[in-house]
Design a protein around this ligand. Structure first.
Ligand code: ADP
Ligand code: MG
Length: 305
């Protein structure tokens, strides 16, 4: 780790701190992320190796943050080596970026062309992961990094711990946000698929337009109520099998509201795309690949991506 000069803490996520650092030899800025993939006497466990090589493969896409290398470090406290992932450094994440439009000196909407471009890049990155059989499962604005000058969005925080469920609390006991979690996950479905990521993409799309979260629940139950109040309480007719999911209860019965009213700044094509990302039945939800061909993107110059 002597190769790097630690500059500042840029994030405090689910598993540890993320530092901005400089490669002393090249001057390149990097992000150092400590993983919870601890090594034992035998060296790097094969599960950790698999995760790292998967991450390396996925980060070949321009729309996934690039993993530059992996460093082993002896942990000072207990002598157990720890793995650090070294990523390319990006200016900011989508959460900080949206906040700057909400609370900054000149608050205002994100330009519609920027929302369109970021969403397209997000779909492209998600399509790339899904085509390699990898679900992200925790897509949210904090996990999308931005290169502001070049207008590039990249998916981060991918691939580690796919065998585990996303924890409810981080190591600092911060509550892990539920706002982007798909209803089938909230209802305890055990075999969920790519649709969970597309639900999150829909929530992120709406949040870029609104500059505030679409479904800001603070418990799993409240999260479902937020969703049901806008989209209507799901029925067996809309979503076959919903009432047999593990955590299904009897909920208040709400009628679906007009989705366009939740995203007043979005035109009809955008609202249509959003409604396809927020379909209750995961099998009916639009895929990332299909989304890229949706008319909402017709006015975008796709050749630049
Ligand atoms: P966690 O699993 O702890 O959530 P993340 O990879 O999401 O870890 O990183 C936490 C935060 O650190 C991100 O939300 C982002 O603000 C910042 N961050 C992570 N990676 C980078 C990077 N490559 N460049 C700049 N900032 C980063
Ligand atoms: Mg994160």
């Amino acid at each position: 780790m002597e190769k790097y000069e630690k500059l500042e803490k840029v994030g405090e996520g689910t598993y540890g701190k993320v530092y901005k650092a400089k490669d002393k030899a090249t001057g390149q800025l990097v992000a150092l992320k400590k993983t919870r993939l601890e090594m034992d006497e035998e060296g790097v466990p094969p599960t950790a190796l698999r995760e790292v090589s998967l991450l390396q493969m996925l980060s070949q896409s321009l729309y996934v943050v690039r993993l530059l290398c992996v460093e082993h470090v002896d942990n000072k406290k207990d002598g157990k080596p720890v793995l650090y992932l070294v990523f390319e450094y990006l200016d900011t994440d989508l959460k900080k970026f949206i906040d700057s439009y909400r609370k900054g000196p000149n608050p205002g909407p994100l330009a519609p062309a920027m929302v369109q471009s970021f969403l397209f890049q997000l779909c492209k990155g998600v399509a790339h992961c899904h085509s390699h059989g990898v679900l992200h499962r925790d897509l949210k604005p904090q996990n999308l990094l931005l290169d502001k000058d070049r207008g590039i969005l990249k998916i981060a925080d991918l691939g580690l711990g796919r065998a585990f469920t996303v924890p409810l609390k981080s190591y600092t006991h911060e509550i892990v946000t539920l706002w982007y979690r798909a209803p089938e996950v909230l209802l305890g479905s055990t075999h969920y698929s790519t649709g969970v990521d597309m639900w999150s993409v829909g929530c992120i799309f709406a949040e870029m337009v609104r500059r505030q979260a679409l479904f800001p629940g603070d418990s799993e139950f409240q999260q479902l109520l937020h969703i049901f109040r806008l989209l209507g309480t799901p029925t067996e007719k809309q979503w076959a099998g919903v009432t047999t999911l593990r955590d299904w209860h009897v909920y208040p019965v709400w009628e679906p509201q007009n989705l366009a009213r939740a995203v007043p700044a979005l035109g009809p094509d955008g609202v249509d795309l959003l409604s396809r990302m927020l379909k209750y039945d995961p099998a009916e939800r639009i895929s990332a690949k299909e989304a890229m061909d949706h008319p909402y993107f017709d006015s975008l110059d796709k050749s630049q991506f």
